[in-house]
Write a protein that binds this ligand. Structure first.
Ligand SMILES: Cc1cc2nc3c(=O)[nH]c(=O)nc-3n(C[C@H](O)[C@H](O)[C@H](O)COP(=O)(O)O)c2cc1C
Length: 415
């Protein structure tokens, strides 16, 4: 019986359906309740010796949720509902490293078990004895050092995979607040009417204007006539292939760091070109089904050995997001090498990356239209799934956009 209960508990835990109560002893009041944010969270309590020192992560934050206080972090795979006020007070003393020995003597000591659980979730960080005192560096590798607090939080909370909040187009305020009208009400004042003016002439107005007008989202594809490898090559070459390289110093003197640049066909903030393309190929004539990285320098596709269940989950996610009858022939995941932008920009880095994604998506749409293919931008990406498929930690390189690509259905009219 115990075995069966254990199996059931593991199964429920594997789906993120369990909460875990932490108290000083079984009959005591809860100190905290742990709410998993990722399906495979399992509470672990790494050993803490008296001489070990811990500090609060710079990514951890406490906030009010309804009438509760919750402690969370974009790096954590669980959220902690704080039930005892003394815990919040004790955590507030961890703005600088403190030894477990010292914490034990403190009034309202959170208990070694809770500290270990917080450490496991990276809400607390262990500080090595004799470290150089650089708390930012102690927390992780260089890739993590570069992140601003709000940027990592924005990334982890505005994507799928690392939180358990409601997600996507679920109309949370329908019935409570009326929707805004699609067109902004007019400002008062005398209108300057542009319709009366002769249309401004562009170099090739008809070709570009027609392309813009023709562009639309295609969510279902003609699987009897899949996209071909030659079309994929044309699409990638036209949108994302490196067109030139250069290098420049960041300052005026010769000793300032030298940065290399690799330009692609679309504009990119700071010329950083941090976006990488990963193709999940479901159906493509001349290209084997599988997961690939686009090498924008050599204009080549490099296969990545991914778990087939995860590959299918990626395609299924795109199908679901488009409410489409089948998976797209090709799903392009746009991933950012965050460090390219974070190294240069403070406060605005993640916003710039998302702007770059928007620019690239329109480039995809127009190129697909131009070469007779169909496509659709997809607003939800699962950053945890991508991390599993690539083995790259979510703060190093991760998805920030997706685009379904393929041959659209030919519309046959009867007259
Ligand atoms: C950033 C972005 C995200 C989008 N996400 C989705 C999506 O997840 N699912 C979907 O079916 N369409 C998605 N779309 C497509 C829009 O629904 C579509 O562009 C819009 O309805 C206008 O239609 P059109 O593209 O055919 O002109 C997205 C478009 C953009 C630009």
């Amino acid at each position: 019986m115990d075995k069966e209960v254990d199996l059931l508990v593991r199964r429920l835990a594997g789906r993120g359906l369990l909460e875990y109560r932490v108290s000083r002893s079984p009959n005591d009041e809860d100190l905290a309740v742990i709410e998993p944010q990722v399906p495979d969270y399992w509470p672990r309590t790494p050993k803490l010796a008296d001489a070990d020192a811990v500090v609060l992560s710079r990514f951890a934050y406490m906030r009010r949720r309804g009438t509760e206080i919750v402690l969370e972090s974009p790096r954590s795979s669980a959220l902690f509902k704080i039930c005892a006020p003394e815990i919040a007070a004790a955590l507030a003393t961890l703005s600088k490293p403190r030894q477990i020995r010292e914490l034990r003597r403190q009034n309202g000591f959170p208990g070694a078990q809770l500290l270990a659980l917080l450490l496991d979730c990276r809400i607390l960080v262990e500080i090595a004895a004799g470290g150089d005192g650089d708390l930012r560096r102690a927390e992780g590798d260089d890739n993590l050092v570069l992140w601003d607090f709000h940027d990592l939080l924005f990334h982890a909370r505005s994507t799928q995979g690392r939180h358990a909040n409601p997600l996507g187009g679920i109309y949370p305020y329908a019935g409570a607040i009326p929707p805004l009208p699609p067109v902004r009400p007019c400002w008062p004042g005398k209108r300057f009417d542009l319709c009366k003016l002769p249309a401004a002439r562009l170099a090739d107005p008809s070709a570009f204007a027609t392309l813009l007008r023709q562009r639309h989202s295609t969510r279902s594809f003609d699987d009897a006539r899949p996209i071909t490898a030659a079309e994929v090559a044309q699409f990638l070459g036209g949108t994302a292939r490196i067109v030139s390289k250069s290098a420049g110093r960041i300052g005026l003197d010769d000793t300032s760091p030298l940065v290399e640049y690799a330009k692609r066909p679309y504009p990119s903030a700071g010329g950083e070109y941090e976006l990488e393309l990963y193709l999940a190929v479901d159906r493509c004539e001349g290209l084997a089904r599988g997961f690939y990285h686009y090498d924008a320098d050599r204009h080549a596709l490099v296969p990545i050995r991914a778990d087939m269940r995860e590959f299918e989950a990626l395609l299924a996610g795109a199908r679901f997001a488009m409410a489409a009858p089948a998976a797209p022939q090709i799903l392009i995941t746009v991933a950012a090498r965050f460090g390219r932008v974070l190294w240069k920009y403070s406060s605005i880095a993640y916003a710039l990356i998302l702007k770059d994604v928007g620019v690239l998506l329109q480039t995809f749409y127009l190129t697909a239209t131009d070469i007779g293919l169909g496509g659709c931008a997809i607003g939800i990406v699962n950053i945890d799934l991508f991390a599993k498929m690539t083995g790259i930690e979510f703060h190093v390189e991760g998805p920030v956009g997706q685009f379904a690509l393929g041959r659209g259905m030919t519309v046959v009219t009867s007259d």
